[in-house]
Every structure is written in C-alpha cells, then in structure tokens.
Design a protein around this ligand. Sequence first.
Ligand SMILES: Nc1ncnc2c1ncn2[C@@H]1O[C@H](COP(=O)(O)OP(=O)(O)O)[C@@H](O)[C@H]1O
Ligand SMILES: [Mg+2]
Length: 393
Amino acid sequence: MNCTSCRHELPAAARFCPSCGTPCPSPVAAAPEDERKLVTAVFCDLVGSTALSGLLDPETLRTVTLRYFAVMSEQIEAHGGTPEKFIGDAVMAVFGVPVMREDDARRALAAALGMREALAVLNTELEATLGIRLDIRIGVNTGQVVASSDASTRQALISGETVNVAARLEQNAAAGEILIGPQTLEAAGPTVVVRETGPLRLKGKTDSVHAYRLIALGADDPELLRRFDVPFIGRAAERAALDEALEHTARGAGPGLVRLVGDAGIGKTRLAREWLTGLDGPGRPVVGTGRCRSYGDHGTLAPLADAVREVLGSPVAREALDGASGRSGAAVADAWALLRGGLLHDGTPNAPFEDMCAALVTVLSRTAGRRPVLLVIDDWHWAEPLLVRTVNR
Ligand SMILES: Nc1ncnc2c1ncn2[C@@H]1O[C@H](COP(=O)(O)OP(=O)(O)O)[C@@H](O)[C@H]1O
Ligand SMILES: [Mg+2]
C-alpha cells in the first residue's frame, strides 16, 4: 500500500506515513464487511421547496437544485465528510466513514455552519439572477451505525437509529437552524456554543430526545478541548532532552530538529507547553508557534507562517532586522518583503520555493544572531507534504 498523500510505500500496519505523517487508510475500514462504527450523520433539507416549484419552470428548478447540492457537498467534503446520498431535496452526509477521526463531530458541526454560510452566498446570486432565495434546515447526530464499506461501490452505506435521529432533528429544525443531538454535543468538546431546545418528541421514537440549537463552534485549541489545568507531573527526562537540544543549537551547532513522537493523548502538546513556559533567563529563545490542522482552507504552510510571524513580531527580531545595514540590510529587507508577499501573507508557498527557503534562512538566522530562535509546530501528523519538505530543509 502507498501513502495517499506522498505515495511513499507504507510498512504493514503503519498508522501514519513515516515520510510525511499522513494518516494511513484504515485496513479495517477498507474491508468489504458490515461493521459497527461511531459516526456523525448530517441531514440538510430545503425548506419550502414546494413553493419554489410554483415560481420556477422545471428546468430552472433543476439547475438551482443541482447548484444547491454542489455547494452543500463542497462544504461537506472540505471538512472531511462524505456526501452519502440525495433524497428529494435533502443531502445526507456522514463523518467517520470510510475513515474515522477523533474530531468527526466537530468537523460535522463546522461543515453545517459552512453550509449555512455558503447558502447565504448562493442566495445573493439567486436573488440577483432569479429573484428567489433558498432556506435550509440541518440536523446532526452522533452514534453507532452499521457501515457496509464496500470499496468497489465507493459508497459506504450506513443505516441505523443514529441516522434516523439526524433526519428527525433536521425535520424539527426551523429554517436556518442547525439542531444537534446530545452525543454530538458531547463529542464536539466544551467550546461549542448551543442553546437547549428542550426535549423533542421525535417521530418513531418512544423516548424524547434532548436537542440543541447550534450557535457557534468555539476555538479548538488543545488547552480548551483537553484539560491542561491539571497539575503537570513527571517528564523530567524529556524536559532535560529538550533543554540539551536547545543548548546544543545555541552553542553554535547549527539548526536542529527535535521531534516529539507518541500516541494521541500521551502528552506531546502539554510537554511542549510546559517546557516553553519554563524557559527564561537572558538567553531564552524567541519562540514562534503554529499548529497543523486536519481540515479547512488554510495555506499549506500556514503553521510555519504562524510561527515565523510570531518570531518576526518579537522586539528581538525587530531590533535584529532593523539593525541590519549596508549589504546585509538590503538582503534582510528583500527577504522580508518576499515573505510578506507570500508565505507570511496567507500561508501559501512563495515561488520559486528555493527563494522562499533562502529568505526564511536570512531573517531567522539574523534574528538567531541575537537570541536562539525556536519554532514549535504542533500536530505534525496533519502537516502537508510541502510543509514537511520545507521544515526538513
Ligand atoms: N505530564 C503530564 N501530567 C499531567 N497531565 C498530563 C501530562 N501530559 C499530558 N497530560 C494531560 O493529558 C491530556 C492529553 O495531553 P496532550 O498534550 O493534549 O496530548 P497529545 O498532544 O500527545 O495528544 C491533557 O489533558 C494533558 O493535560
Ligand atoms: Mg497534541
């Protein structure tokens, strides 16, 4: 099997590509057998489409419906979900099939909010051209389903109570509303902003279901999603190893790269935070941090751009870069201008790639002349291949 991202050959049973860190397709998910999985289902339907059919001729209505399907599917896919099927005017999507991710519920909610925003854009266009607007309502629910993921059909058919409840939540939502089930709320973490609707009696269910109106999705910073307020224990050896690596570089050994490798939840992010907080004294490094994201329309190099921006914004870097004069002053100014026009602007690489790397070396090494420079990039398993390549340079 080869990596889906960089085509590197994968060792048997690898969970992440050893070359670029992309998660490997799960061999279990690829097996053409029925299995139970935890997924998040999303239903989105048009409100008042009967009225619409009275306003538009059938051909125009069909074009509008297809546009709506395309715009909704785009949002679902951009957040890592799979549009499963279209039923009438409804789109049904699932997060967690074929690949399960720990943040599937958050992705589904981000997709739902994205669908609502994308619809507003589509409506501006439809109002201008046809004088109509569409309204949608959305239901999101998380739970166990039976998934038959037959790779040959490219369609993962899921069924079960979870899916039915998602559909019922959607039917109970008002125009423009996103109703979510209790398991989705729990799985999406503490930063989700909702308003309780009170228990809903859903068709086909004897017990009432607690539903919540989604208002907003708060930040997904690890210290918010996970408890970083519990006392930090141990990790003396790891901290010493990090100290030593930093000292080694600061003594003039040239740039160094340290990887913190371990299973999810083992404490990599927390260790890095604790270690950084403990760094002080006159020789403490200038620190820039960035984080790789598993979805969303960020520039390929956005995590690096965030880290470099933070470093260059520090007083130490300002002094070092502004203090450069003569030929090196011009080189610094050129490098900085180049980066501002690309990488630092929107996190996308400058062309040519080599020039961008050279510019980075210029500004960072100039700053490092004053104080050690430390770039910390978290969630490296989500790094794009180009980011891996840039950092490895
Ligand atoms: N040494 C430690 N002492 C106490 N709690 C820790 C320690 N390391 C990690 N944790 C806790 O474990 C959880 C997961 O840690 P995190 O750094 O997010 O893991 P990772 O980044 O490896 O996925 C967090 O709640 C964190 O506060
Ligand atoms: Mg982490």
